[in-house]
Structure formats: structure tokens, C-alpha cells
Design a protein around this ligand. Structure first.
Ligand code: PMP
Length: 387
């Protein structure tokens, strides 16, 4: 990899050389049939990843734009939205929906815990919810939502199931035609960004709408957005020689390459690799006395939030580690200073993680803590290859 640093923040993630090469291809006109062919291919691969019989939308922006697009095209001002939140990014739907006059109700988990399906069921029994948002993996806590349990509960209540896959898509299954106990119990919307498990630089908002979500937009006379109104984008996504607003041509080249790599790896293998990586990284770091915020049962395959051993100074640890070429992120809110977050998703390799584990151990040693580097790496490798 051409990357000089080991970028292990929870997104952006390390970019493969092939993706950088695609990014620097010659910029063509955005309605040039040669570009349109690449755009179309990327959309088809993305549809394959979500296995949707609806439509995918890939537009310039970030994950937050994709969140906004998902909400405004399904829930109108005055309608009820339930936000199921496992942390900072789940919470983001609250102000976002309120701006559009949506009537927001919230279930917030204690950080590190999961919201139970019983709680969601009880809340939905109040009636009238148009949609429910669930964050597949909350990047603040490393908690993975119990999607398989929540879908039937949400769908039984007649609400749309909107999944934030920003920290999950391409690493965790998000199959939009998979049914959960009834032919109609499926994910209605998945939204994501380019910069995490898809492994492409930041810059794209991606939203997949299933048939029920597309019908919800159809039933709305207007929406509170212009750039984000999916009706403007629908003709472009069906036939990318059409124009609504200029697509980020080079980012689409990069996205197409990223999606080719995802599909070439095979979705099941990619999901298994991430599952193994998550377990193994946490096991390796536990050898250093670090404690994952989320229990293994609810911990994400894509990133982990780890509490430091007693006394470790967060800023010193992360800056020393960064000077060795490993970049990790601080923790948020009440865990700031007490924990750090490490991403292990996308096209990150076993080699990168092994190197990073060694350098984390070295950093701890330099700060005066005991860290058995060989034992941590052995633990990582054993779990990674057996999970
Ligand atoms: N949802 C989740 C789960 C995220 O992790 C993030 C970004 N960390 C977002 C939404 C927002 O995405 P962006 O920063 O690309 O706008």
C-alpha cells in the first residue's frame, strides 16, 4: 500500500493503491457515456451488495447527507419517527429530524449497551410511527445493533426500518431482500458513506431505498430538500448519462473500484473477515490490560472502543502512537480521555493490525506500563485465524 500511515481511526480507512489509481484517472465530462458506464457499473455493484430490488443513490456528500436523504424522503413534517440510539451517531438523527419538523421520539441506550427489542416494541405500541432509525454500528461506542431482532418488531408496527450503515456497510450483512419471519419484514432503507468499510476516501453519501421506501416518497407531494429529493436523482441513477447535479466524477471512479474489490472478495468472506478482525483485535488489546466498552456479544466487527488501563494519559498515548505512524481516535462524551477508538474495517490487512498491535505495546512500554507484545500478537493471530 502507498499509504505511509496506518490510518486506524473509525473511518476514513486505509485506501488501496488500485483505488488511488482510479481516483486519479482522467476527469471526463459527467454525461460522457464512458463515465456513465463506470457510474452504472458502480451502482449495480452497490445494489448487489445491498441485494436491493429498489434503487441506490450515490451522491457527493458525507454520511450525514445520506442520513438526511433517508429521513426527508420517507418521513414528512409532523409525522412520528422513533430513533433507536446506541450512542453519538444514533443521537444525530434527533436534531436532524427536528429541523424538518418531524415529531421525534427516542430510545437511548446506556453507552456500551444495546436497546432490547422489548423496549422498542413497547414504545411502538404507542402507535403512529412512520419510521424507525437504527444505527447498525454506533461509531462512538462500538456497539452493534440487534438488527435481526428489531426488524420484525418495527415492521409489525407498520413502520419503515431505516438502517444507518455508515460504520457497517460492506462489513456486516445488510441484505434488503432478506426476510425476518414474514415476507414483508425487511430493511427498507440503508444509508452509508464511502469512507469506512467500503474503503474509499470520504466524499460520497450512499442510500439504498427498497420498494416500500420508494413508495413512501411517491406518496409525499413534496419534501423539505432540493438536492436531497430522491425524485431528482432517480432518472440519473437509472441512466447516468442524465443530469441533475454534477456528480463527483473521480470519486465515482474510486467508488467503482472500491465496490469491485468488495464484490471480488465475496460478501460472505468479507463479513467473516470483519467478524474475525473485531474479535481478534479486542482479544489482542485485552492482553495489554485494555477493556472493550461493549461486551463481545454486542461488540462490532468494524471498530472497538477500549478503556485504558488505570492511569494511561489519552493524549500522550495517541500522540506517541501517531508519531510511530499509527493513528487512532479518541473516545467521545463521557469516555473522552478514558478510552480510545480503533477502526478495523474496510481493506485493512492482518499485516497492518499486527504492526499496529506491536507499536501500541511499544508505546505503552515507553509510557512505563508493562505490555507483552508477543502475547498480544499471538492472541490476535490465534483468534483471527480460528474465528
Ligand atoms: N453514522 C455513523 C454510524 C457514523 O459513524 C458517522 C461518521 N462517523 C456518521 C453517521 C456521519 O457520517 P459523516 O461523518 O460521513 O457525515
Amino acid at each position: 500500500m502507498r499509504n505511509k500511515e496506518m490510518l486506524l481511526v473509525p473511518g476514513p480507512t486505509p485506501v488501496m493503491d488500485e483505488i488511488y489509481d482510479a481516483l486519479s484517472s482522467e476527469t471526463l465530462g459527467h454525461t460522457d457515456p464512458r463515465f456513465a458506464k463506470v457510474f452504472k457499473n458502480s451502482l449495480e455493484l452497490c445494489k448487489q451488495m445491498f441485494n436491493t430490488d429498489g434503487e441506490v443513490f450515490v451522491i457527493a456528500g458525507s454520511g450525514t447527507l445520506a442520513m438526511e436523504m433517508a429521513i426527508i424522503n420517507t418521513v414528512a413534517s409532523g409525522e412520528k419517527l422513533l430513533v433507536v440510539s446506541h450512542g453519538y451517531f444514533g443521537d444525530r438523527f434527533i436534531p436532524l429530524a427536528k429541523v424538518f419538523g418531524i415529531n421525534v421520539e427516542t430510545l437511548q441506550a446506556e453507552w456500551g449497551q444495546q436497546i432490547s427489542k422489548e423496549l422498542v416494541e413497547e414504545k411502538l405500541a404507542e402507535g403512529g410511527f412512520k419510521a424507525v432509525t437504527v444505527t447498525h454500528v454506533d461509531t462512538s461506542t462500538g456497539v452493534m445493533a440487534n438488527v435481526g431482532e428489531l426488524i420484525p418488531v418495527v415492521k409489525k408496527a407498520g413502520a419503515l426500518f431505516i438502517l444507518d450503515g455508515v460504520c457497517a456497510s460492506a462489513a456486516l450483512e445488510e441484505d434488503m431482500q432478506k426476510t425476518y419471519g414474514h415476507p414483508d419484514y425487511k430493511i427498507d432503507v440503508v444509508l452509508t458513506g464511502s469512507q469506512k468499510a467500503i474503503g474509499v476516501p470520504p466524499g460520497l453519501g450512499i442510500v439504498a431505498f427498497g420498494p416500500k421506501a420508494l413508495a413512501a416518497r411517491e406518496a409525499m407531494t413534496s419534501v423539505s430538500g432540493y438536492y436531497t429529493d430522491l425524485k431528482h436523482w432517480l432518472p440519473v441513477m437509472k441512466d447516468p448519462v442524465k443530469y441533475f447535479a454534477t456528480p463527483p466524477v473521480n470519486m465515482i471512479y474510486a467508488f467503482n473500484k472500491g465496490m469491485e474489490l468488495v464484490i471480488a472478495e465475496g460478501l460472505d468472506s468479507r463479513y467473516r473477515r470483519h467478524f474475525a478482525l473485531g474479535r481478534a483485535v479486542r482479544a489482542g488489546l485485552k492482553v495489554y490490560g485494555m477493556k472493550p466498552l461493549a461486551t463481545e456479544k454486542v461488540a462490532a466487527p468494524t471498530l472497538s472502543c477500549l478503556l485504558y488501563p488505570e492511569g494511561v494519559n489519552d493524549v500522550e498515548f495517541r500522540s506517541k502512537l501517531a508519531s510511530k505512524g499509527v493513528v487512532v481516535a479518541g473516545a467521545l462524551a463521557a469516555f473522552a480521555g478514558k478510552a480510545f477508538r480503533i477502526g478495523h474495517m474496510g481493506n485493512v490487512t492482518e499485516e497492518i493490525i499486527v504492526k499496529a498491535l506491536g507499536l501500541i505495546g511499544e508505546t505503552l512500554q515507553e509510557m512505563g506500563y508493562t505490555a507483552n507484545i508477543c502475547a498480544a500478537i499471538d492472541e490476535f493471530k490465534e483468534i483471527y485465524h480460528s474465528a
